[in-house]
Design a protein around this ligand. Structure first.
Ligand code: NAD
Length: 352
């Protein structure tokens, strides 16, 4: 049994679905179902006895204690977070609460639980913290990619809150010996991605004939990884990673934002041509985001060398699958855009 926090979000739901495809080990998903959490992502597991969904907050210590005592998971995989940089600029408080206080609460609960375990379970227990490459700050065009020893230089409230959580996780290992693992991953894309983020926003807006807003000159560079490759990296680290270590996860896929947007437009031109003309006609440059990091690039050699992990998708194959998924799931997009999934949640799930 593993406990997954934030398992109704984009990466968390992909992870839970992928986990239960790869193994029969049960999963308990804990998610507060914020605007970004969509329990519909886990609809295919509703009758699956291997999966339990709990609607609750990682800041709720009594709830976490109860879940750990009842289910005795051998690992916690911690995805739950406020994750959108733009939202963090306009309202940083929620980021400090969930990303910093929430991680602290989980660590404390995990520590108490772990300390009381019998020796064999204690040795096997893991706390896996899922983090981002944004904690490292911004790179100049010709600087080498981020390694695990790159200094932390977060520039947004989001990345600062994730950096703080990474430091807490590190300290709980060095101070208390809690067996932690941390992964810092580059930008993910794929199914179930909330359409406030670049790739799904472009797909959804293009299909609706709306402008495709690109920040600044569109030349900000990100490294992109297909979401199930991130999931396989987490599985590898959880299974074989060295306790107390951090592993960078990335796709060796650096691309300027404008190129991403043009690729999405070209795929849509091919898969769902618009009689009004090529989708690229909708590209609109908008005022840059404050503190917008210029470039992120991940050096993933440590996880490749130590754990033999490699991404299965290239950007070309992953982005095609992603665009096709959005074309095949208009009802998911409509629910997310209307917020209808939230009313449904309120009716289905009560706090545990
Ligand atoms: P997301 O916003 O899609 O999902 C976050 C989930 O956490 C949601 O289901 C939300 O309901 C839940 N949540 C929020 N606050 C909570 C709370 N207080 N208690 C319980 N649940 C809560 O985010 P994502 O893109 O899936 O990212 C997941 C994790 O991966 C985050 O920790 C993020 O920092 C990290 N990460 C994301 C990316 C990326 O490209 N999206 C890259 C690297 C790392």
């Amino acid at each position: 049994m593993i406990l997954v926090t934030g398992g109704a979000g984009f990466i968390g739901s992909n992870f839970v679905l992928d986990w239960l495809q790869q193994s029969d080990e049960p999963v308990i998903t804990l998610d507060a179902l914020t605007y970004a959490g969509n329990v519909h992502n886990l609809d295919s597991l509703r009758e699956d006895p291997r999966h339990t969904f709990v609607h609750g907050d990682i800041c709720d210590r009594a709830l976490i204690d109860r879940l750990l005592a009842t289910h005795r998971p051998r690992a916690i995989v911690h995805f739950a977070a406020e994750s959108h940089v733009d939202r963090s600029i306009h309202g940083p408080g929620a980021f400090i609460r969930t990303n910093v206080e929430g991680t602290f609460t989980l660590l404390e609960a995990a520590r108490a639980h772990w300390q009381a375990l019998p020796a064999d379970e204690k040795a096997a227990f893991r706390f896996h913290h899922v983090s981002t490459d944004e904690v490292y700050g911004s790179l100049s065009a010709d600087a080498p990619a981020f390694t695990e020893t790159h200094p932390y230089e977060p520039n947004s409230p989001y990345s600062a809150s994730k950096a703080a959580s990474d430091h807490l996780v590190r300290a709980w290992f060095h101070t208390y010996g809690l067996p932690v693992l941390t992964t810092n991953c580059s930008n993910n894309y794929g199914p179930y991605h909330f359409p406030e983020k670049l790739i799904p926003l472009m797909i959804v807006n293009a299909l609706a004939g709306k402008p495709l807003p690109v920040y600044g000159d569109g030349l900000n560079v990100r490294d992109w990884l297909y979401v199930t490759d991130h999931c396989s990296a987490i599985r590898a680290v959880l299974a074989r990673g060295r306790v107390g270590e951090t592993y960078n996860v990335g796709g060796w896929n650096e691309m300027p934002n404008i190129e991403i947007v043009r690729t999405v437009c070209a795929l849509l031109d091919e898969l769902k041509p618009d009689p009004a003309g090529p989708y690229s006609r909708l590209i609109t440059f908008v005022k840059d985001r404050p503190g917008h990091d210029r470039r992120y690039a991940i050096d993933a050699r440590k996880i490749e060398r130590e754990l033999g992990w490699r991404p299965a998708e290239t950007f070309a194959t992953g982005i095609r699958k992603t665009v096709q998924w959005y074309l095949d799931h208009p009802e998911w997009v409509a629910q997310v855009q209307s917020g209808a999934y939230r009313d449904w949640i309120a009716a289905q799930y009560q706090p545990a």
